[in-house]
Each structure stands twice: as C-alpha cells, then as structure tokens.
Write a protein that binds this ligand. Structure first.
Ligand code: NAD
Length: 365
C-alpha cells in the first residue's frame, strides 16, 4: 500500500556520460556565467587547471585549496579570492571536499556553483553545506548551495584509487540505506535508493579489479548520482549522526568511517525498518540480512571494517556514544546510550553486525 507522502523535487540538472566534460563550457554559458573560478584540492590541481583550460576565456582562475570538512578559514580565503577575481560562477572539480568549498563560497553570498564530481560521495546532489571551526563541524541546508548543474564524466574518475573508490561508494550506499527508512522518505526516493545500491554493488567489484574499466566507472557514478539525490531529498538518521560525531570529535576519515559504521547502524535500525530491510535485501541480490551482506561486501572490497584500524581508541566509545545520543534527530528506533555503545564496540572491534538485544532477529540467533 502506498501511504501518504510529500515529495519536494530539487531543481537539479545532471549531464551524464563519458566525455561530458567537453560540454562544461556550454553548460556554464547557459547559466550566464562569464568569469568562472575552478575550485579543487591541492592533489587535483592538474585536473583543475585542465578544466580551466577547457573553459577558455570564461576561466578566471584556479583555487586549489579545498580540504576535507571545509575548515572555516579555508572557506573565507577562497571566498575572498573568488571575489577578487570578479567571478560570477564557481566550478568545483573533485570529491566532497572541493564541492563543499564551492558550497561554502555560495553560502557566503559568493557566486553559484557548478559541480564536476570525481568521487561517489554525492555532495553535488544536495543543498547540504558543512563548515568546521574549532574542531566542530556545523552543517545545514540552504538552496543557494545546491549546484546549478552537475557534469558527471567517468573519464575523470579513472585515476581514483581502489580504496577511495570503495569507501566513497559505501558512503553513497549509506545515503540510500538511511533514505529508505527516513521519516520523509517517498516512493520515488525508495526507487532511487534501491537502484543506486544495485548499481554500486554491481560496479564496485569491477572498479576494484580494474580502475580503468569505463563501464564499471560509469555504473558507479550512476549509483552515486542516485544515492546523492536520496541524500538531498531526505533526513538522515543514526548512521550519519555517528559518522558526523566520529569525524568531528576524533577527526576520523569520512569515507572509511562510513564504510565501518554502516553495517552496524543498519543492524541497529533493521528491526524498526522492515520495508527498508526488504528493499535493501533485494538490491543486494536477494539476501535476508543486508547488514551482514554489507559487512561481507566491505571485506571483499578491501574496505576497513573496524574503527580501531582508523585510529579510534576503545576508551573513546562512551564519549562518542554520549555525543551521538545527546544530538537528538531522526531515527526509526529509539537511540539509547546502551544500544549505541554496543553498536560502537562492535564497530570498533570489526565484529560482524548483530541485531540489537531483545529484537526478534536477535532472538533467532
Ligand atoms: P574528498 O573530496 O576529500 O576526496 C578524497 C581524496 O581523493 C582527495 O585527496 C582528492 O583530492 C582525491 N580525489 C578525488 N577525486 C579524485 C580522482 N578522480 N582521482 C584522484 N584523486 C581524487 O573525499 P569525498 O569522500 O569525496 O568527500 C568527503 C567530504 O565530503 C567530507 O568532508 C564530507 O563531509 C563531505 N560530504 C558532504 C556531503 C553533502 O551533501 N554536503 C555529502 C557527502 C560528503
């Protein structure tokens, strides 16, 4: 049965396909942009410069200073530079860090953003911004930061390492998982989430086997697009909150943290999210325990499976649990201090995910 829902579509334009970077100049021109600054990380400066060269006389400069989690001082410097260059648009080339910088510039009344994503993290499809100051990451939603146009060109992802491909792909799958049991999920979101998961689980093993497999890269990017759109359309729950707290308080790396926590967060919420579990089981190839399957998949793909290997100390578990519980927010199951501690201890140790004590799934064990 289809229950009541409200679906708010975002004004997003996606140009998809290998070689579509060649269409960037016409896309920028169609938005009326005449002086564009390219934003990227220091590691992708050569790519950023190549993109600027392709923009010809519309390119006003390159700012290769993007950093993970958008430190507020980096955002301020980039905003000033973009204004000095007289830009009327920015093009962010890269993963969530470069796109996050473009969003921060737009949020500070800078020019609008075009995104050319080169990972699978999905930021390009959302109006969500993040800024880090004094060790705390703040996030929010603002329509001004949503990229006006997104150009997906799989050619730009051929050099993304297997390890970063896998963890950013699992980050994308996490958006789909939490979108499926979000309080504001809709039938369209569910379709996008299931299809996004299907595309990513089919593509990632092939990407790991051969990073230059263009079909596999396009499949992963297609999945990332869908999962990013799910993130943009819904409210995230315990999994994203835990990763946010772990990133902010302990500076754990974004993608690997998502890879480790996801199976445990899904196992925690599964008993209260039967429809999501069913949809995920189908998307993962007809399994009845999608949390366990995601944990196995992470292992097969060589992703980290324990928070210990990411540098978290066992002693940090109570503090992180406290921060996650006190943060409030949406979740299909009540978020209890004990439950979250148990979840974190399993994730810390790299143990397989298990259903919460007292749930029907746990009783069947
Ligand atoms: P990232 O952007 O930090 O990229 C990881 C590394 O890979 C960087 O060093 C980058 O230079 C390099 N890289 C990126 N693409 C490459 C390519 N094709 N070839 C070679 N190297 C490449 O990592 P990410 O996982 O994409 O993004 C993580 C950040 O994005 C976090 O700060 C996270 O909070 C944010 N994020 C935000 C949203 C949102 O909706 N606001 C969604 C997802 C992630």
């Amino acid at each position: 049965m289809i229950g009541p829902f409200t679906h708010q579509a975002l004004p997003m334009r996606a140009v998809f396909g290998a070689g579509s970077l060649a269409r960037l100049p016409e896309e920028v021109a169609a938005l009326g942009m005449t002086r564009v600054v390219v934003l990227c990380t220091p590691g992708q400066e050569a790519t950023g410069r190549a993109v600027a060269a392709g923009l010809g006389e519309r390119a006003a400069g390159v700012v290769a200073e993007a950093r993970m989690h958008v430190p507020v001082e980096v955002a301020r410097r980039a905003t000033t530079r973009v204004a000095e260059l007289g830009a009327d648009g920015c093009v962010a080339v890269g993963g969530g860090s470069a796109i996050g910088l473009g969003k921060a510039v737009a949020l500070a009344d800078g020019p609008p953003l075009v995104a050319v994503p080169t990972t699978y993290a999905g930021s390009e499809m959302t109006p969500v911004w993040g800024l880090t100051e004094g060790g705390r990451k703040r996030t929010g939603r603002d329509p001004r930061v949503l990229p006006r146009t997104v150009v997906y060109d799989a050619e730009l992802t051929l050099g993304l390492s297997a390890s970063t491909s896998v963890v950013s792909g699992l980050n994308a799958i996490a958006h789909a998982v939490e979108g499926l049991y979000a309080p504001d999920t809709t039938p369209l979101v569910s379709l996008m989430a299931a299809e996004g998961v299907r595309a990513l689980v089919a593509a990632l093993p092939r990407v790991v086997a051969d990073g230059t497999d263009r079909d596999a890269r396009a499949g992963a990017q297609y999945g990332a697009w869908l999962c990013g759109a799910v993130l943009g359309a819904t409210t995230m729950s315990l999994h994203h909150r835990l990763c946010h707290v772990l990133g902010g308080a302990l500076d754990l790396p974004h993608g690997p943290t998502h890879a480790v926590v996801l199976p445990h967060a899904l196992a925690y919420n599964g008993p209260a999210a039967a429809e999501a579990v069913r949809a995920l089981g189908g998307a993962l190839g007809g399994v009845d325990d999608p949390a366990r399957e995601l944990w196995e998949l992470a292992g097969r793909l060589g992703a980290p499976r324990s928070l210990a290997e990411l540098g978290m100390a066992a002693d940090d578990v109570p503090r992180i649990a406290e921060l996650a519980v006190s943060g409030g927010g949406a979740n299909p199951r009540p978020v209890t201090r004990d439950g979250v501690e148990r979840l974190l201890r399993a994730a810390w140790a790299g143990a397989p995910p298990s259903a919460p004590e007292g749930s029907p799934a746990a009783t069947r064990r």
